[in-house]
Design a protein around this ligand. Structure first.
Ligand code: KG4
Ligand code: ZN
Length: 348
């Protein structure tokens, strides 16, 4: 079984070939073209993203096939991200995948982008398989889930406002750092003195109990405001910038690790799988492992190329959905938001 994956939900045009089975996927090739143009604007401009996908998608796909040393004839199915994301960007990938499927006489499989992120880590770590606690932290989403099995997901918590990556990007902007700011904050925080500033851990207090609606949820907009006040109050931002970055990152990491530990404990999980661009942050991964040690837990983080948006994770999730019998057709659509498939009741 060999699947071609296509991803175009935001500002990465990506194609990949994955073979094997859903439980033992083999990554044959992965090509990611990041649209650097958005840096000038300090954020993703949807129409520009769509146009860039349109010019990139065919060469990126051809390159992925060439690197896997195969042709369209060797592909059994085409998996494509169809939700969630920027609709105009998604439409490019969905339309191309449907046209390919139609002309090749092969099935097309619509994949949910966040289910893709769940499968990404297993491509690099064969033991990152269910059951596990998942923390997906990207520019657009922050989801805490219990993954009982592939295709059986309990959504435990989410952000009430900004996503974790968005909080990094907005804080970076306040500190005068380039977009996207996550890796710049991480680098700067390493030089910061943790005793200089301290921000309240958002939505985290010891009085919260399982069943409370804020037990697993997170919120980062207040933290961003705290950073804004610290920046405004500083009489020497060049001196304080690294200290503020450090304090911001520590508050965010403490919140994410504490909530993830609660989720692992609530469901008796010892494997914790991280995903999304913020999972590139080594301070987060190290802190998460420290938090998991007392419960004998192991943290699996994807390598950076599989943490940020990529088509390998879409192909891997597509392999699973293909095994489940999913086949889409010309009616496959793009959706800016859609619940992840396979949701079961959080307390079920
Ligand atoms: O998953 P992703 O590539 O795209 C979305 O689906 O949103 O995540 C991008 C996000 C950006 O907000 C970026 O600042 C953040 O991931 N990010 C990081 C790091 N590298 C990327 N955040 C913190 N530390 C990093 N090292
Ligand atoms: Zn993503």
């Amino acid at each position: 079984m060999r699947i071609l994956g296509i991803e175009s939900s935001c500002d990465e045009t990506s194609a990949a070939v994955v073979s094997g089975t859903a439980s033992a996927p083999i990554l044959e090739s992965l090509v990611i073209l990041s649209q650097d143009v958005h840096r000038i604007f300090g954020g993703v401009v949807p129409e520009i993203a769509s146009r860039e996908h349109l010019t990139a998608i065919i060469p990126v796909t051809r390159r992925a096939l060439a690197e896997a040393e195969c042709t369209f004839a060797d592909i059994d199915a085409i998996a494509v991200t169809h939700a969630p994301g920027l609709v105009g960007a998604l439409l490019v990938g969905v339309s191309y995948a449907k046209a390919l499927a139609e002309s090749l006489g092969k099935p097309v499989i619509g994949v949910h982008h966040m289910e893709g992120h769940l499968f990404a880590t297993a491509l690099a770590h064969p033991n990152a398989t269910p059951p596990f606690t998942a923390l997906l932290v990207s520019g657009g989403h922050t989801l805490l889930m219990d993954v009982e099995a592939w295709g059986r997901y309990r959504l435990l918590g989410a952000t009430r406002d900004d996503a974790a990556g968005e909080a990094f990007d907005k804080t970076a902007k306040l500190l005068g750092l380039p977009y996207p700011g996550g890796r710049h904050i991480e680098a700067l925080a390493l030089q910061g003195d943790p005793s200089r500033f301290r921000f309240t851990r958002p939505m985290l207090n010891s009085g919260q109990r399982l069943g409370d609606d804020d037990y697993f949820d997170v919120s980062f907009s207040g933290l961003k405001t705290a950073v804004l006040h610290a920046v405004r109050a500083s009489d020497d931002l060049d001196r304080d910038r690294a200290h503020i970055a450090r304090a911001f990152q520590e508050a965010l990491i403490d919140t994410l690790t504490a909530k993830t530990l609660r989720a692992a404990r609530a469901h008796g999980r010892t494997r914790i799988v991280l995903g999304g661009g913020v999972a590139c942050n080594r301070s987060l991964v190290t802190a998460m492992q420290g938090t998991a040690d007392p419960i004998g837990g192991t943290v699996f983080a994807p390598p950076p190329r599989l943490a940020t948006d990529n088509a390998a994770m879409i192909a891997a999730a597509g392999l699973f959905r293909y095994d489940q019998g999913q086949r889409d057709d010309a009616s496959l659509h793009a959706h800016s938001s859609l619940p992840i498939p396979g949701l079961i009741a959080a307390d079920g």
